[in-house]
Design a protein around this ligand. Structure first.
Ligand SMILES: NC(=O)c1ccc[n+]([C@@H]2O[C@H](COP(=O)([O-])OP(=O)(O)OC[C@H]3O[C@@H](n4cnc5c(N)ncnc54)[C@H](O)[C@@H]3O)[C@@H](O)[C@H]2O)c1
Length: 472
């Protein structure tokens, strides 16, 4: 008897489902996740022999950090501009597909009195840059889909890596970063600059000193109408990605800072998420206008709710389409206090939460609103993070989103120079980046819960509390 080919494919597919369905686990052939007891669970590969955890990892000190930059568009150009203000740095190589972008960054070095850097052009120019033996750090500012191939190549050639946000575009890429970093013993830091903003670090300091009591709920977002920006991205990479991918593809600015408050993989962990998105209206209009296509996967507004092992909730939002004021939310709800960055910066506290000397003459509590402006200003001074006390003035002068970008670069170089663990490790990069695919998958399956992969492979409770490393 001759079988119909369609019948054969269906039978095969069903047998995979049936076989794996015995233990309440159902896997559709070709997907990298299963359905287990009402939850979507992404495959979690075992740690391969020869790999070791990178938790708390510190490399040998590098007194002069030799850097190669890859991707010199808007963000890479700005990074070169900031790096010429950091002491103990040599810029060895500049790489972009386009030669004129290298020339613009070279001009920054000329103006700053830095020696000329070697130029690398073309889509694979980064390979020769990574293969050099006189470079310590590869700093990647390309479009999203190029981050992981370049980062992996760099680590495999013995270089530490700093990579723009999001570090990876899906779960499988997140594992590639983790596995390569663990195998090569090279740092892989995602450049989540919002973790270094002045309000965020002050509020983190306050949270760590217990001012908000027990943290219960936090919020973060990337709400930024990108209408004036879409045409600037090289070869339309960003709209192109969003046209094809549902979910919160740019979660890290809102998510990273609140994960630090919750000590994620430092005694706490993300357990699962659910996501829901709106239909696409503005995205679809843009796709028709700029790409000539009639479909757009990314919802105009995406909400993601996440729960942690310690019973907290996190809400993350993404909207890069509709006319709204820029907003990263950054909100902390604790049992004894509250912090809010957007649209209005403010704090609220229960009675007796603040030390008496914060502002001796103004009331410290308010049940209907924020503390007064005088108390707010006093708190921002009183709890200014020690890193900001040290570098704020220079950071504001050099700039980069008001100075936070410079604080980030300064910290990266400081930790490398002093042989310290970096502020953000490869597990942060993976946890914060994987929200894109996890939220897209939840939304696609009617907001079904999705288990968070444990990129530390069981080590999330070994270090207690997030902290910035400081040289003795
Ligand atoms: N942290 C922040 O605040 C922030 C702000 C803006 C952008 N970003 C991130 O920075 C990255 C770059 O964004 P952008 O706005 O500069 O984009 P862009 O389009 O202006 O620049 C990207 C550059 O990468 C180059 N490039 C692409 N493929 C390359 C390759 N194989 N080798 C070398 N160069 C290559 C392109 O030629 C282009 O010059 C993105 O990941 C983005 O999400 C972060």
């Amino acid at each position: 008897m001759k079988l119909n080919p369609l019948f054969t494919v269906c039978a095969l597919l069903l047998s995979v489902v049936a076989l794996q369905g015995c233990g309440h686990s159902v896997k559709i052939a070709g997907d990298n996740y299963s359905f287990e007891n009402g939850m979507i669970v992404f495959d979690e590969p075992q740690r391969a022999p020869g790999q070791e955890s990178m938790l708390g990892y510190a490399a040998d000190p590098i007194p002069v950090v030799r850097v190669g930059f890859v991707g010199l568009g808007g963000r890479g150009y700005g990074a070169v501009e900031r790096f010429v203000h950091i002491e103990g740095v040599e810029i060895k190589g500049l790489c972009d597909v386009e030669a004129d972008r290298i020339a613009s960054s070279q001009a920054i070095l000329d103006r700053a009195g830095f020696p000329k850097a070697d130029a690398y052009t073309g889509r694979e120019g980064y390979k020769a840059l990574c293969e050099r033996d006189d470079i310590d750090l590869i700093y990647i500012c390309t479009d999203w889909v190029n981050h992981v191939p370049i980062a992996v190549y760099a680590m495999e050639h013995g270089k530490h890596v700093a990579v723009e946000v999001p570090a990876a575009v899906n779960v499988e890429e997140c594992w590639q970063l983790v596995d390569t970093s663990e195998r090569t013993r090279r740092h892989c830091m995602m450049l989540e600059n919002c973790c270094y903003d002045f309000f965020e670090m002050t509020a983190l300091n306050m949270a760590q000193q217990g001012l908000f009591g027990e943290i219960l709920h936090v919020e973060g977002a990337y709400i930024h109408n990108l209408r004036p920006h879409w045409d600037i991205y090289y070869e339309n990479w960003r709209l192109d990605f969003n046209q094809k991918h549902r979910g919160d593809n740019y979660a890290t600015h809102g998510f990273g800072p609140v994960c630090q408050v919750l000590n994620i993989h430092r005694g706490n962990r993300l357990t699962h998420l659910v996501a829901m998105d709106t239909k696409s209206v503005v995205g679809l209009e843009l796709a028709k206008e700029k790409m000539g296509v009639d479909e757009f996967a990314n919802g105009d507004h995406t909400h993601t709710l996440i729960r942690t092992e310690q019973g907290q909730t996190i809400e993350i939002q993404h909207n890069v389409y509709t006319p709204r004021p820029y907003n990263r939310l950054y909100q902390i709800t604790g049992s004894k206090g509250f912090a809010n960055k957007y649209p209005v910066e403010g704090f609220t506290f229960d009675e007796g939460q603040l030390p008496a000397d914060v502002h001796p003459s103004a009331p410290h509590t308010s049940y209907h609103g924020f503390v007064s402006r005088e108390v707010f200003d006093a708190l921002m001074r009183y709890y200014k993070h020690p890193i900001h006390q040290e570098i704020e003035e220079k950071a504001r002068r050099v700039g980069g989103h008001g100075g936070m970008d410079f604080v980030m670069d300064y910290r990266l170089v400081y930790c490398l120079q002093n042989g310290l663990p970096l502020d953000q490790d490869v597990y942060d990069a993976a946890e914060w980046s994987c929200v894109g695919e996890l939220s897209g998958t939840s939304a696609k399956h009617n907001s079904m819960p999705v288990k968070f992969p444990d990129f530390t492979r069981g080590d999330w409770n070994k270090i207690q509390g997030f902290k910035f490393a400081v040289a003795e």
